[in-house]
Design a protein around this ligand. Structure first.
Ligand SMILES: NC(=O)c1ccc[n+]([C@@H]2O[C@H](COP(=O)([O-])OP(=O)(O)OC[C@H]3O[C@@H](n4cnc5c(N)ncnc54)[C@H](O)[C@@H]3O)[C@@H](O)[C@H]2O)c1
Length: 357
């Protein structure tokens, strides 16, 4: 019988060490648990700690994730040697302070939308992250949905033609926020989608809104953004609506798309409809605009939870030194629009120009 030769050690069974990003989450209120769940399940990542000012929230977390430590002091988490990245899901007024402290401690940061309360704070975060060489990403959740990614590919491939307008309604009987108005709470989603889908920065913003509860922020608002290309965007947001609507239309010169986020299966419908302009001088005075009505297609879209895609994207960006789709610069652009909208609202809709940087 031939002798069985021993394998040289490590030659056939090479076990590769996969780096694991150790994540600390700050804030376990309404949205934080979604982030914890997705980061706990994400490839290449591991939640090692959670901080919330509320001891009750810490206890609730410990019941759900036994073995993962908690603290009521976010500084303790930020400065922990075994935390590589910090995910922040606290009220907007706390974003800057926590994110800045984490960046200064050399941690990678993913912060909830809107990134900060002011443009000045956003600029400081972007600058600090670049200086410290860490990843800064903002959670613009909708950008990571299959539907929004599909809309972007329709725009990018030219299937929609020139984009003429973006029209969105995001209304419901919603939770009244204390520190941010309805634009900074809800319109942020649309502005982030718009930023991702058309890739063009607005040149001016006009907004109107009203606060119906004395001493509170605006609970209904209408925002218009003007783009250099001639495209216009309109966003209707409302916390005081009897019905919930999440409806967006993107109209192009070739096709138009309707996105209804509440539709369980056919969230996107692409209409092959539009107008044609005649260049026949004989007919120009009779009928300048002709109508074209073709088929409607409801494409298959990826149904994976956006936060799962996003958590893995953050880990991939940190691990492989990539720039996130929704990086600090993107967070800054959205904060710029919100700040301009706030100024405009004070002037009953007078347009506010966006400075180009
Ligand atoms: N991406 C989305 O779709 C989405 C949805 C909802 C909320 N959000 C964002 O998530 C953030 C949190 O919103 P929420 O609705 O979960 O708020 P929330 O009030 O329900 O929860 C916030 C939690 O943070 C804790 N907290 C407050 N200050 C803290 C601090 N300095 N240090 C540690 N913990 C602190 C509070 O005790 C609370 O448990 C906001 O920025 C909001 O805009 C995003």
């Amino acid at each position: 019988m031939p002798a069985i030769r021993a394998r040289p050690p490590g030659r056939y069974l090479k076990i590769q060490e996969v780096p694991i990003l150790r994540i600390g989450v700050i804030g376990f209120g309404y949205w934080g648990p979604n982030l914890v769940r997705n980061f706990a399940e994400a490839k290449g990542g591991k939640v090692v700690a959670m901080a919330d000012l509320s001891a009750q929230k810490c206890t609730a977390f410990e019941r759900r994730y036994p073995g993962i430590r908690t603290t009521t002091d976010p500084r303790e988490l930020i400065n922990a040697a075994d935390v590589d990245a910090v995910v922040i899901a606290t009220p907007v007024r706390t974003h800057f302070e926590l994110a800045f402290a984490a960046i200064e401690a050399g941690k990678h940061v993913m912060v909830e939308k809107p990134m900060t309360e002011t443009v000045e704070q956003a600029l400081r975060l972007v600058d600090a992250a670049a200086r410290r060489g860490v990843t800064l990403m903002v959670d613009h959740t909708f950008v990571y949905t299959g539907a929004v990614r599909k809309i972007r590919s329709l725009v990018e491939s030219g299937e929609l033609g020139d984009v003429y307008y973006y029209d969105s309604t995001r209304i419901n009987l919603g939770l009244f926020q204390h520190d941010v108005d309805v634009i900074w709470d809800l319109a942020v989603h649309d502005l982030a989608i718009l930023d991702y889908v058309v890739g063009e920065k607005a040149t001016a913003v006009s907004a109107t809104g009203m606060a119906h509860i004395p001493g509170h922020v605006e609970n209904v608002a209408y925002l218009t953004a003007y783009m250099g290309s001639g495209m216009i965007a309109h966003v209707n947001v409302n916390w005081l609506s009897p019905v919930k609507i999440r409806h967006t239309m993107v109209g192009g010169s070739r096709k138009m798309v309707v996105y209804d986020d509440l539709e369980p299966s056919e969230k996107l419908k692409i209409y092959d409809k539009g107008i044609t302009l005649t260049d026949d001088p004989e007919r120009i005075s009779q009928m300048l605009v002709g109508y074209r009505t073709g088929d409607m297609l409801a494409p298959q879209i990826v149904g994976r939870e956006a936060l799962a895609v996003e958590a893995e994207h953050f880990i991939d960006c940190v691990t492989n030194s990539k720039t996130p789709i929704t990086d600090g610069a993107c967070g800054l652009r959205i904060v710029e629009l919100c700040e301009a909208a706030t100024k405009s609202m004070k002037m009953r809709g007078h347009p506010v120009e966006i400075v180009s940087r």
